[in-house]
Each structure stands twice: as structure tokens, then as C-alpha cells.
Design a protein around this ligand. Structure first.
Ligand code: PLP
Length: 426
């Protein structure tokens, strides 16, 4: 039903569909556990023979309602919420990779994900090869090995703002018999639905635009249901062969298109337990109710601010794919014709010291680590998130030493520009 609705209606109404006498607003099921009348009823839940709630680490009605809304927004068959975007990215890969496996990943991704994949997952015996998203297809092909299990990229990379050619990446992934996993945090499904371009799994840091108010850290994994795990059964034994921890149940056979999310819930969430609190999911749902309105305003304001910055004598460069002439303008027009997101990166003439002085002079725009919420904020990765790196290492990581990341909020664009102008003059 919700799949035929437009995304504005899904944002407001999907997920929680109360019947007679039930609360109109999604209730917070602040309960770790759920009651049953007989021992047998409970046993059937543990064996996955019947669906139902028994312990919030595995499933909770508030969390599930919000997951269903996000699945509907992305056009997927099922979704799972996690306690953070980091957990979502970890689970998305770990659900199909084990020690001895390998995956290929765009190098233009969030620094936390880069570290998770390149350092922490390596300690678990899972190797990654990073490739430039703009590399020719043959070069990306060459990174694949017989034990490669996935291809990963970010629709819009944080903070370098590179745009992923999703169709190219989907073609490459499928040629090698693996799914394409896309982190769609920055555009959100309001501006881009990666499944429509061939992606198989989508992940989110819901901490960003989806929550939108900087109140709740969270993540989500959505499955399109399109990847045929059985066709590559040897590559994905975790999905296509019996799971001894569930009495020999085989996920693809028992759950069909729901196999990937059911395994992530029943196995990974059971064992690793990065579930969001129902309270946080309630807050996330409030954010989602206005996502469609906020994204329009973020994009409109960012366009105005980027056009202003581009004209300033003191500004050395501006990277915003909504500007004609930007390296990613054509890709942005193709995949996100309504706008990309509210984040702009730019540099000031004079480099690192001038950037710091500029940021310290801002009054309305706040210096925070966060990005992508209602309030305009700013960060200098070289001084903050990436401060342990030398200038040379920064360039290697795709972060120029003078890069300022400006996350344009939903205030009045003229007020944001006036603050930037007084800081440029200060
Ligand atoms: N993915 C992207 C694109 C991000 O920008 C971030 C955080 O900034 C993450 C994932 C990690 O999400 P979280 O901070 O919710 O763990």
C-alpha cells in the first residue's frame, strides 16, 4: 500500500498504521520485553517459526514502524534500524563477509567508514581495496578477486562531495556477481533513490538529515530485495546454507526477498546488539515527518550560498555540484535533478590560518562536528576531524588542508549569507 504513495505522504504517514482506538502518533514501546501466555508461543518465536516481539535487542514495534517508513521511502522490501550509521555500515558488510573475504570500496567516503573498513575490519580478517570512484571501469574491475563479496560507495561523499556514478558501480558489481551497497545519507531518498539505478542495498546515518534536528544518533540498512543470492550461492553461504544457530534454517529459502535483513536481525543484532532505543526511533520518526520539506529548503539555501561564495574575491574555490561548471554537475543532474543536499565545501585564499580566523568570526553559523541538520554549521576537517594528519596525508585522504565544510541549514538564506559576509570581512 505505502509503496504506491508519494514520498511526501510516506514521510508523514507510513510505518505506523493504527487501527480503531490506537494512538494516532507512533507510541514509544519503552519495554525491553513482551509477554506471552504459553511457553510454546515463545518457543516458536525463538525458532523463527512465527513472527512476534520478545526482546527489544532483536525487534521492537517502535523501531520496526520507523524501519518500515525508511524502507518505503527507499522503495525497498525490508529495513533494519541500528544504533548509529557506523553500526549500519558494519552490519551491511559483515552480513555477507567473513574472515578471509574481501570487498571493493570507493575511496571517497566518510572518514569514520574509511577507518572502520580499512583498519577495524582488517582485524576481523576482512580486507578492503579502495578505488577512486572516478577511475575507469577496467581499473575498478581489476580490484575484484575471487573472494570479493561486495562493492561499496557513498552517493555524495562526506566531506569531499564527490558524486557516485551509481549505474556504473551497479554494472561493475553485478558483472562480478556481488551486490552494490550505497550509503545514501547525504541526498536521502527525497533526492535520490539508489535502487532505481541498480543499487542492491542502501545504508544511512539517520543521525543526519533523516533525524534532521541533531537529537538522535542512528542508522538504517535497507534491502531492495533484488540481488539474487542463490544465483551466487557459493559466494554467500551465510545466506544460502543452513544456519546452525537457527536449527539449520536457510535464510534465502525461508525468507526469500527478506533473507538479507532477516539474517542481519536474527543473527547479527542478536549477537552484536547495536539496536537503537525506542525513544531515539520516536525522535527519528518526528524528523522523517518533515524530511521532504526540509530537504527542499536545504538545497535551495545551499544553492544560494554556493552562488554567493563563488563570487567572493577571498574565496579560492567552491565545491558544490549544483554549480554549473562543477566537476560533478552532470552526474548530480542525472541522479539528483531536484538538488543534492545542503553541504558545500570551499577554501579561502590564505589557507589553513585564514580558514580558522574566518570560522572563529562566524556568529549565526556554529562550529560543530555534526553535519546535515536544521541549523547551519561549519567544520574545518584539517583542524578537527582529521587533525592528526599532515597536509600531505590530508591531500591523500581527499581532504584539502584549507577545506571548510559548510552544512547549510533551513534558516533564511539571506541571514546565513550575511553572517558569512561579516566573517569574511573580519
Ligand atoms: N555515513 C556517512 C556518509 C556519514 O557522514 C557518517 C557520519 O558523519 C556516517 C556514515 C556514520 O554515521 P554515525 O555518525 O551516525 O555513526
Amino acid at each position: 500500500m505505502t509503496k504506491q504513495l508519494k514520498h511526501e505522504t510516506i514521510c508523514v504517514q507510513a510505518g505506523w498504521t493504527p487501527t480503531k482506538g490506537e494512538p494516532r502518533v507512533l507510541p514509544i514501546y519503552q519495554s525491553t520485553t513482551f509477554k506471552y501466555d504459553t511457553s510454546e508461543q515463545m518457543a516458536k518465536l525463538f525458532d523463527l517459526e512465527e513472527a512476534g516481539y520478545f526482546y527489544t535487542r532483536l525487534q521492537n514495534p517502535t523501531n520496526d514502524a520507523v524501519a518500515a517508513k525508511i524502507a518505503a521511502l527507499e522503495g525497498g522490501v525490508a529495513a533494519m534500524l541500528t544504533s548509529s550509521g557506523q553500526a549500519a555500515n558494519f552490519y551491511a558488510i559483515f552480513n555477507i563477509c567473513q574472515a578471509g573475504d574481501h570487498f571493493v570500496c570507493s575511496s571517497a567516503i566518510y572518514g569514520g567508514t574509511f577507518n572502520l573498513f580499512g583498519v577495524t575490519m582488517k582485524k576481523l580478517g576482512i580486507e578492503v581495496t579502495f578505488i577512486s570512484p572516478d577511475a575507469p571501469e577496467e581499473e575498478i574491475d581489476a580490484a575484484f578477486r575471487p573472494n570479493t563479496k561486495a562493492l561499496f560507495g557513498e552517493t555524495i561523499s562526506n566531506p569531499s562531495m564527490e558524486i557516485l556514478d551509481i549505474e556504473k558501480f551497479a554494472r561493475i558489481a553485478h558483472k562480478h556477481g556481488v551486490p552494490l551497497i550505497v550509503d545514501n545519507t547525504f541526498p536521502t531518498p527525497i533526492n535520490c533513490r539508489p535502487f532505481e539505478w541498480g543499487a542492491d542495498i542502501v545504508v544511512h546515518s539517520t543521525t543526519k538529515y533523516m533525524d534532521g534536528h541533531a537529537t538522535a544518533v542512528g542508522g538504517a540498512i535497507v534491502d531492495s530485495g533484488n540481488f539474487d543470492w542463490e544465483a551466487y550461492a557459493d559466494k554467500f553461504p551465510g545466506l544460502t546454507t543452513p544456519d546452525e544457530s537457527y536449527h539449520g534454517l536457510t535464510y534465502t529459502r525461508a525468507f526469500g526477498k527478506g533473507a538479507y535483513i532477516t539474517k542481519a536481525t536474527a543473527q547479527l543484532m542478536r549477537d552484536l546488539g547495536s539496536i537503537p532505543s525506542p525513544q531515539n526511533s520516536f525522535l527519528l520518526n518526528l524528523g522523517l515527518e518533515t524530511l521532504h520539506l526540509r530537504m527542499v529548503q536545504h538545497c535551495k539555501n545551499a544553492q544560494q550560498v554556493a552562488e554567493y561564495l563563488e563570487k567572493q574575491e577571498k574565496v579560492a574555490w567552491v565545491n558544490f555540484s549544483g554549480l554549473p561548471g562543477n566537476k560533478y554537475y552532470d552526474l548530480a543532474q542525472k541522479y539528483m535533478p531536484k538538488g543534492t543536499c545542503g553541504v558545500i565545501s570551499f577554501g579561502l585564499k590564505g589557507g589553513r590560518d585564514v580558514s580558522i580566523r574566518f570560522m572563529d568570526s562566524l556568529q549565526l553559523v556554529a562550529i560543530v562536528t555534526h553535519v546535515a541538520d536544521a541549523r547551519t554549521c561549519v567544520l574545518h576537517p584539517a583542524s578537527h576531524t582529521h587533525r592528526q594528519l599532515s597536509d600531505e596525508q590530508l591531500v591523500e585522504a581527499g581532504v584539502r588542508p584549507d577545506l571548510i565544510r559548510l552544512s547549510v541549514g533551513i534558516e533564511n538564506a539571506e541571514d546565513i549569507i550575511a553572517d558569512i559576509e561579516q566573517a569574511l570581512n573580519a
